[in-house]
Structure formats: structure tokens, C-alpha cells
Write a protein that binds this ligand. Sequence first.
Ligand SMILES: *[C@@H]1O[C@H](CO)[C@@H](O)[C@H](O)[C@H]1NC(C)=O
Ligand SMILES: *[C@@H]1O[C@H](CO)[C@@H](O)[C@H](O)[C@H]1NC(C)=O
Ligand SMILES: *[C@@H]1O[C@H](CO)[C@@H](O)[C@H](O)[C@H]1NC(C)=O
Ligand SMILES: *[C@@H]1O[C@H](CO)[C@@H](O)[C@H](O)[C@H]1NC(C)=O
Ligand SMILES: *[C@@H]1O[C@H](CO)[C@@H](O)[C@H](O)[C@H]1NC(C)=O
Ligand SMILES: *[C@@H]1O[C@H](CO)[C@@H](O)[C@H](O)[C@H]1NC(C)=O
Length: 441
Amino acid sequence: MVSLKALVGAPLLLLASGAIAVAADRPLQDTPGGGVVKLNLHARQGASVPSKWKRQFEAPTVSYFTGTKYYVNLTVGSNNQTIPLQYDTGSPITWMNPDCSTAPDAENEFCNSHNRYNPLTSNTARLLGRTFNHTYGPGTTLGAQFMDDLSFGGAMVGGYEFGVASSSQGFGDGIFGGGLDPSAKGQVFIDALVAQGRIKSRAVSFDFRTLNRTGSIIYGGFDSKKYKCKLEKITSPGGFNVYLTGIGQTLPNGTKVSYPPTVWNHKNETKGHSFFVDTGSNSILDGGPIYSAIGADYPGTTQQWNPGGFPEYRVPCEAPAGSIDFTFGKITIQVSYRDMEFKKGAECYIPFELKPDFLPGIGMIPDIIGATFLRGAYVVFDLDNKEVWMGESADCGSHIVPISMGKGAVPVVPGCGCETHPTSSGGYKAPPKPTNTKHLH
Ligand SMILES: *[C@@H]1O[C@H](CO)[C@@H](O)[C@H](O)[C@H]1NC(C)=O
Ligand SMILES: *[C@@H]1O[C@H](CO)[C@@H](O)[C@H](O)[C@H]1NC(C)=O
Ligand SMILES: *[C@@H]1O[C@H](CO)[C@@H](O)[C@H](O)[C@H]1NC(C)=O
Ligand SMILES: *[C@@H]1O[C@H](CO)[C@@H](O)[C@H](O)[C@H]1NC(C)=O
Ligand SMILES: *[C@@H]1O[C@H](CO)[C@@H](O)[C@H](O)[C@H]1NC(C)=O
Ligand SMILES: *[C@@H]1O[C@H](CO)[C@@H](O)[C@H](O)[C@H]1NC(C)=O
């Protein structure tokens, strides 16, 4: 869970490193696909928990090293060096070349097998007179800032700034920062795409798939064949944030359980409980009763304590039929139990975790809804309009629709059928129609 730490740590670090402008000294190329940039997103099993943890980092970062991690390939430099990086909305910071000898054991081999960026072989590389030093939940990284061209999906972003680690602790891969910069001091990837004419407005859509499958991140557009029925506009505080307005479960026998607001909105927020959508985490982190309510009804849970002293629910790895049902205004996203579960070593867990709102030495910890949720959803963030569009994940081909600019930039396009219940990537079959609804507590 890259982002937790990055969220609080990044603004300070960016302040220290100073703002830089996007280099505009090269001709812009037409972007194939009419102002749409697509990155494939590959899902891979992360390592198990490292033995050496610093205690202060343990609590909110249990799932960081574990579960499914999401990678994009960036092509860097004049000689097209392909570098796989973990995609993270938690911060705008991109850095590469982790020190594999200090990676968690299980990530070592994987880390060594990755291409590493070599600025000496790229004609367009520039060493900037700045260093970076970032502390994330799971570790630290420091090194020098470089600027080079990035390309992907036929589009190029010239003169993008990123870090090249000279040393790091606890990372088996570098990070692609897809997040925003609250301090507005550093370079933000989506802003660079707009500034260089690659996309029309600050909009990006997420298609997260299950382990070993490939989904996508589409800047400036969305794929209308990757969601069920249609996308609904949901209320958002802006950025990569959403308001949850209900949560429930569909049990293996089809019974629907729905929880009252005292469970999912313990802070009594008027528009719903705001969650930060963090692609760098598998967790659903909250300081309220969601954790225990879900755990009490989810089939076959065993509660145990992680090394940080926080409770978590272990579950059987063979997920039964059923789903966790997240409601955002008019739409309910059913994420199959199978897509909800993630692996740590040989054991399986559900992603609900308790967290404090504040940790000394770290700061405020936002409530987070991570990649496990995204596996059941298709989400479009129209950042300029502070709008979020969401549908249930499906897959019936591919049809990429560009997003323009101004109000109403996201067009309404029918998705896959409304009747089928495809849910996400795993081929989970829906349980029988709901029979009855019970309200707990
Ligand atoms: C990145 O490139 C490697 C090597 O070409 C390939 O195996 C991998 O699937 C690619 N990943 C993505 C997300 O495209
Ligand atoms: C790098 O990729 C770009 C775009 O795909 C291509 O035009 C260029 O020829 C490639 N350069 C090298 C050195 O492979
Ligand atoms: C990096 O930052 C940390 C935390 O601020 C500090 O303790 C450490 O000395 C710094 N390292 C370097 C090499 O500047
Ligand atoms: C994913 O791929 C890895 C490596 O090839 C393999 O060991 C694992 O069993 C696969 N997992 C699933 C769920 O397909
Ligand atoms: C469905 O399963 C739940 C949990 O095991 C049980 O409490 C409930 O009575 C069952 N409902 C029906 C209709 O079988
Ligand atoms: C939210 O409302 C409930 C019931 O009205 C109350 O008991 C609780 O203290 C409130 N919580 C906060 C954080 O205001």
C-alpha cells in the first residue's frame, strides 16, 4: 500500500524538490485513438509479508506486500527501455530501479528479472540537479531525479520527471505515480498528458482484473465493452475519491444482508462515507464498524492478529458463491467473494482492515478502498468536472470511447447487456435472485 505513506509523505517531499514545468520544446504528435492513451494493466501476485518491519508502519500497511499488485509497462528514453512499474493512485511520484537485495525475500527473483532503466543509453535522458528521498509505508527509497521521454500505447510524453533509486529498502519494484499532487508543486502525469495534447481533459478510467489477467488504464477515454449495462454518475468529493452510500453482502444461499448507516457511515457524513480509491493497496481500510460487520457474516472467517497487533480475517481459499455489495448512490457494485479474497503466502484473507485515523509519525490516515474493490467495478474519473462514473465490471469485447472536455465530457454509452451478471474477471456465477433482506444491528 504504497499510497498511505505517500499520501502524507509526498507533499512535503515535493515541496523540497521544487516544481518543474513540463518540457514543451518538442513537436507534439497526434495521439492514435483520438486523444486516448491506453496502458495495459497486468495483475500479479505480490510477495508474502517481510520479516523485518518497522513497527510504526505495520498497522495500515498489512496488505502492501501481499495480495495482487498491478503493473504497467512504461517505455522510457530514446531507445525504448521497457520498465514495469506498480501503478499507484496514492501519489504522483514515479521512481524506478529498486535495490533488489533489500526487496522482501519473495520479491527478489521477480525484482532481478525486471528491466532496469539505464539513462546512459538514452539520448533524451537528463540528470536534474535534484535528489529524492521518499518514505512509504513499506520502505524507503532515495536517489537522483532524471527527466526523459515516456511512451506507451503509441503516445509519448516528453520530458517527464522521475526518480532513479540509488538505494531503497523493502521494494521489489518501482512505482508509477498516477496520483494527484495536493500541494500542486510537482509534475502530475495526467496534467502532462493534457498539457502535451495527448488527451483532451483530465479523465482516466480503470479496468482492474484478477490475478494473471490484463486490464487497462485509459487516459482520456473509456472502454464501453468492459462494464455491464451502463455507467452511473456517482457523487464524489473530487480527485480519486467516492462517497459510499451503502454496503451489504449476498450470501452463498442468495440471502442479501444490508448494513445500516451506523456501520458504513460512522462519521455521519451527509453525502456518504468518503473513501480514497487507492490502486496501490488491496485493503479496504476504515476506522469504523465495517470491518467487524462484514467479518461476522462472511462465510468461514477466522479472526487473527497480524504482526502489528491489528485484527484481520482469514478465509478459506476456495471462495464460495456470493458477493460484497457496495452501493454508491444509484448503483450497487457486487464484487464476488472470489475477487474480494487475496493471498498472503498460502493463506487467503478478505481485505477489510481496521485502522486508526491518525498515527504518530505518519499523520492522518485516509479511509481507503483498494484494488480488491476495483476488480468488480469499472470506474471513470472525470477529474476536471469532479465527477465519477461507475459500472459493474464485465467483458464483451473492446470499444474505446474518447472523453472530450467541458461539462458533460463523459458520454453515456451502453455497455454489455444489462441482464447478464458477468461480474469482473473470475467468471463467478451469480447466486439465485435475492429471497429476503435482513437488516442487522
Ligand atoms: C510488460 O512487458 C513484459 C515484457 O515484454 C511483458 O511480459 C508483460 O506482460 C508486459 N506487461 C504489461 C502490463 O503490458
Ligand atoms: C521507439 O518507439 C517509437 C514508437 O513506437 C518508434 O517510433 C521508435 O522507432 C523506437 N525507437 C527505437 C530506437 O526502437
Ligand atoms: C531521507 O529522509 C529521512 C526522513 O526524513 C531521513 O531520516 C534520512 O536521513 C534522509 N536520507 C538522506 C540520504 O537524505
Ligand atoms: C498466476 O501465474 C503464476 C505464475 O505463472 C502461477 O504460479 C499462478 O498459479 C497463477 N495464478 C492463477 C490464479 O492463475
Ligand atoms: C442463508 O444463509 C444464512 C447464513 O448461513 C442463514 O442465516 C439464512 O437463514 C439462510 N437463508 C435461507 C433462506 O436459507
Ligand atoms: C453519528 O450519529 C450517531 C447517531 O445519531 C451518534 O450516536 C454518533 O455519535 C454520531 N457520530 C459522529 C462522529 O458524529
